[in-house]
Every structure is written in C-alpha cells, then in structure tokens.
Design a protein around this ligand. Structure first.
Ligand code: ZN
Length: 389
C-alpha cells in the first residue's frame, strides 16, 4: 500500500462531519485529540507485531478496531465509592436543557454549585474528568462511603440557580375533603422526584408495574377519623393528589431502600419492575431517556446510568470511567424493560399541556380545533416536537 493511501485512510478516521454548532465543534476537537492519542498508541503498540510486508494495513486495521471501542462521551473518575454521584452527574450533563442552562446562567462565584458544574461539564466534553470540586461543594468528606444517588440528585438541584433546576421541578397539590365535600386540607408543594412505593407482587413470577404505580400515586384514598371544622366532627375523608405543574423532565424514584422495623435497618428491595418507555398523564406525554441503575446491597452496591443522547438518539451506558453502548438486544428490551436494577427513571416531556394527544384530536374530529388552518397547526406541532428533541 502506498504512503498516500495510508495517509488518506488515517485522515478519513480522524475527520468528522462539519457542523456549525459550537458545542459540537468542541466535541469534534476532543474527538480528534482522542483519536490522535489512539493513533500514537496504536503505532507504538507491541501487540500483534506487523509483518514486514503490508505492515501499514495492519496498523490501520488495529487502529480501526480500537476506534470502535471509543465513543463521543467521556467518563467520570470514581474517587472511592462515588459512583452514586457520577451516575447522576452524567444524567445532568446529558440533559441538554440543563447543561445549556448551567452554561448560560452560571456566574463567577466559586462558592456556588453552578460554577463547579459548569467547569465539570466543560472538562467532560473533552476528556474523562474527576469530581473533587463537586464533592467538596456538596460537603462529601468521606469518598469511600456508599451513598444514595437520589439524595445527591436532589441535593444538586436544590443548590443550583432556580432557573437552571426548573426543568426538573414539578408541583403537586394534596387535597383532603370530608365526607360532606368540605376541603379540610389543601397543600401545594414542589417536587424533584416522585417516589413510588414498590409493592412486591404476590406471585413471585410477576413484576411490579411502574405504570400502575405511577397511576396509583394520583388515585384518591380514604382515611378515617379526620376532623372537619365546618361539620364540627370527625368523619371519613378523601385524600387526592394532583400534578399542578408538569415538569419538563419527570423523575420517578423507585423506593428500593426502605427501613425495616424488624431488623431496625434499611434493606433493599430487589423486586423486578416493568419500566414503560412512555408515560401518559391527563395532559402530558413523557418519554424515557435516562435510567440510574443500582446493583448489589445498600452499602456495597454499584450505580451506573443508561442515557439516550439528545444528539444522536443512541443509548449509552455510563459506568464511572467507562462509556459504552448497550448491545442492540438490550436496547430492544428497553422499550418495555423488566429490571431488578432500575432505581431512578427520567422521562422528558413529549407533549405539552396545551397540545392535544392523538386520541383527543381524533375525538374532536381533526386538528382544526385550534381555529387555525391545518397547515399552521401542523407547523406548530412539528416546531414543538423539534423543541423537545
Ligand atoms: Zn365537613
């Protein structure tokens, strides 16, 4: 093989398609750097020493094989037992709206979580990075202690600028009514995650359905002996929960870690759950884009994250320093997955409250309900869809 063909082949694998986005330009530069490093390593590698004849082809093939093992995203160093933090940081980084809000609304105050998140995201775009500054700002001293990913997910969201965290923030309203219909309690409140109690199915072959658990969360329940001022007596009351504000990103927390009063300690529920790819509320549709998994016990387990990229729509597995792509078989299973490891589930809104669903549109007899032309409405819906991507 002549030298110019060899050079052309190398160039082909070092080049990326052109793109105007500045974020992607950073990524392209990073990829080139990573690939250059990989090329140098391949050249100096002593594995499978090439034959004298056709040695250039051997190097290119080995370079291609190594190239197949790297991806556009970078890992986070485990500082001891900090996989709980790495998994949620990767979810935040991969949530494009959150990352962009951090980048555009972060000040210069080095005491804020925003500042350190921005630095972390900048570093993560180009190479594997550490989390020492984030650990410090979160007040985590002992990096060898296994902690709860959900707790630190909420801690980070509580510490950053409200503008940055708002996409994860929803609002619930709990209302209690007496048997005569008088409102005895009305409490609104924000939430970052919706905690779902996992009830072990009576049949061990069956699974806990996240969809059923989610629907049950909003079903009203009856409690006895609640006092009503207007009736001036105690009576059966009904408690209802309603989602008043649907967050752009809806996070479900599967309550796998519960306090057991028999053993007087926290135990983990490894029950198999069925994870829906989409969720529907009265007004909104949501699509699954990130999962934080936990395997092992409460104190000695390991967290990883599986996240669907906003850029290329592929799923990636983030396991501390390692970023890989799941095999195609497991991706097809993710459409209605059964899993003993899923812990946090992140869904992004795919239909806004003022956008009717397909069934509703059919019921109303077509898309003209807006009172505008059909083309105009189609254009708006397409724009909304693109805006959510
Ligand atoms: Zn009453």
């Amino acid at each position: 093989m002549c030298a110019c063909i060899l050079l052309w082949r190398i160039f082909k694998y070092l080049e990326f398609e052109c793109c105007c986005s500045s974020n992607l330009k950073t990524k392209i530069r990073a990829n080139r750097r990573t690939k250059m490093k990989l090329w140098r390593e391949t050249m100096s590698s002593k594995e499978n020493p090439p034959k004298k004849k056709g040695c250039d082809k051997g190097i290119v093939e080995r370079f291609k094989m190594r190239l197949d093992l790297i991806f556009d995203y970078n890992g986070l160093v485990n500082q001891g037992a900090t996989c709980y933090l790495n998994s949620v940081l990767q979810v935040l980084f991969m949530t494009k709206d959150f990352r962009e809000a951090v980048e555009s609304h972060c000040g210069q105050d080095q005491k804020t979580a925003d500042f350190h998140l921005k630095s972390l995201f900048k570093a993560l775009k180009t190479s594997e990075t550490h989390t020492k500054d984030i650990l410090s700002i979160l007040g985590i001293g002992n990096v060898y202690e296994q902690r709860d990913a959900a707790e630190y997910f909420e801690n980070i969201l509580s510490m950053v600028n409200p503008y940055v965290s708002q996409i994860f923030k929803g609002h619930l309203r709990h209302t209690m009514r007496c048997s005569e219909g008088h409102v005895t309690s009305d409490e609104p409140g924000p939430f970052w995650t919706l905690p779902l109690s996992i009830e072990n199915p009576s049949d061990s072959n069956k699974t806990y359905s996240v969809r059923d658990g989610f629907e049950k969360f909003f079903k009203s329940s009856t409690v006895s002996e609640m006092y009503c001022d207007q009736c001036n007596e105690k009576s059966y009351s009904t408690i209802a929960c309603k989602m008043e504000h649907h967050p752009k990103i809806l996070t479900l927390l599967l309550k796998r870690f519960e306090f057991d009063y028999h053993s007087m300690s926290y135990t983990k529920n490894d029950c198999c759950v069925e994870v829906p790819h989409t969720l529907r509320t009265k007004n909104c549709d949501y699509e699954l884009y990130a999962v934080v998994d936990h395997v092992g016990s409460l104190r000695g387990g390991h967290y990883t994250a599986r996240i669907k990229s906003y850029d290329d729509h592929n799923w990636y597995v983030f396991d501390d320093s390692y970023v890989t792509q799941p095999n195609p078989q497991s991706i097809s299973h993710m459409n209605n997955e059964r899993s003993q490891s899923v812990y946090l589930l992140m869904y992004k809104k795919s239909r806004a409250p003022d956008q009717p669903g397909e069934e509703e549109i059919k019921k109303r007899g077509g898309i003209k309900v807006y009172g505008r032309g059909m083309e105009e409405n189609r254009r708006r819906i397409e724009e909304n869809k693109r805006g959510m991507e």
